[in-house]
Design a protein around this ligand. Structure first.
Ligand code: HEM
Length: 213
C-alpha cells in the first residue's frame, strides 16, 4: 500500500460545500413544499434563494476547475469492467471479494461511479438548477406586487424541481452508503477530508482502468 494525494484542496472544498448547500436547499425547499416547519415559510424561501445563488456560484467555479485541470476526463464513461463492478456491489462485496477495479490518482472513479456522477452533473443537477431558476423567474414581482413572468405553467416547473430534489436525496443516501464500501468503512470519507488515501500498489491483479490523463 502507498499513501497517495488523491483529492486536491479545491476538490475537497467544492465537494463538502456542495454537499452542505444541497442538504440546506433540501431542508429549506421541503419546508417551502410544506413537508415540515423549521424556519417558517418566509425565512425558508429567503434562505433557499440565497443558498441557491451560492450553489450556482460554486458550480461555476467547479466547472472552471474541472476544465482547467483536465479532471473532467475522470468522468468519461466506459463499459470496461462495468458488469464486474455491478456484480461486485450486488454480491462480491458481501463475500469479502476484492474490488474489481483499482483506484489510482489518474483514474479515481470506477466505471459505475463514472456513469452515475456524469448523469448527476449533466442531468440531475442541471434539471434541478434550471427548474429552480424558472421557479424564481415565475415568482418575479414588480413594485406593484404583480407577477411579471407567468407565461409557463408553474405545476410543471414545480414537478421537475421537486423530482430533482427527491432524486438528489436518493442519490445522497446511496452515495453515503457507497462511501463506506472502500478498503475500510471510513477510508473514502477520510480521503475526501484529508486528500490522502492508502492505495494498493499498481501492477496487482485488479488492474486500474486505463489512465485518462
Ligand atoms: C440553484 C439551484 C436552485 C434554485 C435556483 C432553486 C429555486 C427554488 C425556488 C425559486 C423555489 C420556490 C420557492 C421560492 O420562491 O423560493 C424552490 C422550491 C423548492 N426547492 Fe429549490 N432551488 C434550487 C435548488 C434546490 C435543491 C438542490 C433542492 C433539494 C435538494 C431544492 C428543493 C426544493 C423544493 C423541495 C422546493 C419546493 C417545491 C414545491 O413544493 O413546488 N431546490 N426552489
Amino acid at each position: 500500500m502507498r499513501k497517495v494525494y488523491i483529492y486536491k484542496g479545491f476538490e475537497r472544498f467544492w465537494h463538502w460545500t456542495q454537499a452542505a448547500l444541497i442538504l440546506f436547499l433540501a431542508v429549506t425547499g421541503f419546508e417551502v413544499h410544506g413537508s415540515f416547519e423549521i424556519f417558517g415559510f418566509e425565512k425558508a424561501v429567503q434562505f433557499h434563494r440565497v443558498a441557491s445563488w451560492m450553489l450556482i456560484g460554486l458550480i461555476v467555479f467547479a466547472i472552471f476547475w474541472h476544465i482547467t485541470t483536465g479532471e473532467w476526463k475522470q468522468y468519461i464513461p466506459t463499459t470496461k469492467k462495468l458488469k464486474e463492478q455491478l456484480v461486485y456491489y450486488v454480491s462480491g462485496i458481501f463475500k469479502g471479494e476484492k474490488h474489481p477495479t483499482a483506484k489510482t490518482e489518474l483514474s479515481k472513479l470506477n466505471p459505475l461511479q463514472r456513469m452515475v456522477y456524469l448523469s448527476f452533473k449533466l442531468i440531475l443537477i442541471p434539471m434541478t438548477i434550471i427548474s429552480g431558476i424558472f421557479y424564481m423567474l415565475y415568482k418575479t414581482i414588480d413594485q406593484n406586487n404583480l407577477v411579471v413572468v407567468e407565461d409557463y405553467p408553474l405545476e410543471s416547473i414545480a414537478f421537475w424541481h421537486t423530482l430533482g430534489a427527491i432524486l438528489l436525496m436518493v442519490f445522497l443516501i446511496v452515495h453515503v452508503y457507497m462511501t463506506t464500501t472502500g478498503e475500510t468503512p471510513t477510508s473514502n470519507i477520510k480521503a475526501m477530508l484529508t486528500g490522502y488515501e492508502d492505495l494498493e500498489d499498481e501492477h496487482t491483479e485488479n488492474e486500474p482502468l486505463k489512465n485518462t490523463h
